[in-house]
Ligand binder design. Structure first.
Ligand code: ATP
Length: 336
């Protein structure tokens, strides 16, 4: 029987709790022991941990956030930190550490494995879906739902006042969330890192699309979805530039951390459960240095380093037809 440790790290994502629960329930069923470290890698450094059993993870599958808390831990990049973490893991006789988080957290897991002989396994948990090797990450589907719901609400007021609304969604440097939210919310325009060329071209294109929209529908409500960190001077400045260009009123809305919260949708709960159970199976098979993921509805395992050495493309998750629709904005037929 194994002694398994689990932690959640980086930005929290809906479904992390469902994943912790799956790890604990699967482990307990197989006779393994599970402990949870608190506050990401900080818990490893401070030896801040607690025992987890099925009673402790009862009634959490539906909860957002993470019962283990998450955190950034800058000092974990230092060798001395990884060595301290290794010491604490050895003192607790841990066989395997499961890290639920994004690619930064996987870097941390890999770094630890340079100084620790135990098994290290990553589980992709981030609303950004920017991890190579898995079609979806835990939290992504819920974040799409939240962003789509926000676009629906913004549309109501945009229509009432015939305004242009700019909706900024998360995604760091990837357009998965922006593309999915824009497609499912039928936004009129979308600005994604994968399609963005330069400010001038984009402003000109928006102006042209807005003119077509006004001619066709005779009103000015128009919704633009924008991925964070993309517009060089920020969303407020883009709003000002658009007001000058179009003469219409522009209102920026930053969805921000709302996108990280909420009860996970069924897809995230199922993904989190499958990945948690598969991670425990991988521990039993003495695997290490891997991330568990899902591709085409099948469980996969890939080298941790592959997750950041490769780049996931929009077409890996959206169908190629959808990516083409996004590319050919003029024909994407989603103006409502
Ligand atoms: P998200 O993308 O959802 O925010 P993430 O896991 O990518 O999640 P980061 O803040 O990039 O979030 O990383 C989380 C933590 O992983 C960092 O605070 C740090 O403790 C650890 N980490 C990141 N990069 C490294 C590295 N190169 N070496 C060691 N540890 C690292």
């Amino acid at each position: 029987n194994k002694r398994i440790a689990v932690l959640t790290s980086g930005g929290d994502a809906p479904g992390m709790n469902a994943c912790i629960r799956a790890v604990v329930v699967a482990s307990e069923g197989a006779g393994h022991t599970v402990i949870g470290f608190e506050h990401g890698f900080n818990g490893l450094l401070a030896a801040n941990w607690r025992k987890l059993d099925s009673k402790k993870v009862h009634n959490i599958i539906q909860r957002g956030g993470t019962i283990l808390r998450s955190a950034r831990c800058k000092e974990f990049k230092q060798d001395v930190s990884a060595k301290l973490a290794a010491k604490h893991l050895d003192e607790l006789a841990i066989d395997a550490l499961l890290v639920i988080g994004g690619d930064g957290s996987f870097h941390g897991a890999k770094h630890l494995s340079n100084f620790w002989d135990g098994q290290v396994i990553g589980l992709p948990g981030t609303i950004d879906n920017d991890i190579y090797g898995t079609d979806a990450t835990i939290g992504y589907y819920t974040a799409i739902e939240t962003a789509m719901d926000s676009i629906d609400k913004v549309r109501d007021t945009a229509d009432a006042f015939e305004r242009i609304f700019l909706v900024e969604v998360m995604g760091r440097h990837a357009g998965f969330l922006g593309a999915s939210a824009a497609l499912s919310g039928a936004a009129n325009y979308v600005i994604l890192p994968e399609l963005f060329t330069d400010k001038e071209t984009t402003l000109k294109d928006i102006h042209q699309q807005l003119s077509i929209h006004r001619q066709r529908y005779g009103h000015e409500s128009f919704i633009i979805v924008l991925t964070e960190n993309l517009w060089p001077e920020g969303i407020a400045e883009l709003g000002v530039q658009l007001e000058e260009l179009t003469g219409g009123e522009v209102r920026p809305v930053i969805l921000g951390h709302i996108q990280r919260g909420g009860s996970p949708v069924s897809q995230d709960r199922m993904l989190a459960t499958l990945l948690g159970v598969n991670a425990v199976r991988c521990v039993e098979q003495n695997k290490t240095g891997i991330m568990v993921g899902m591709q085409n509805n099948k469980p996969v395992e890939i080298e941790l380093s592959q997750t950041w050495e490769n780049r996931k493309e929009l077409g890996d998750t959206l169908t190629q037809t959808m990516v083409t629709m996004l590319n050919e904005r003029h024909n994407w037929g989603m103006t409502t």
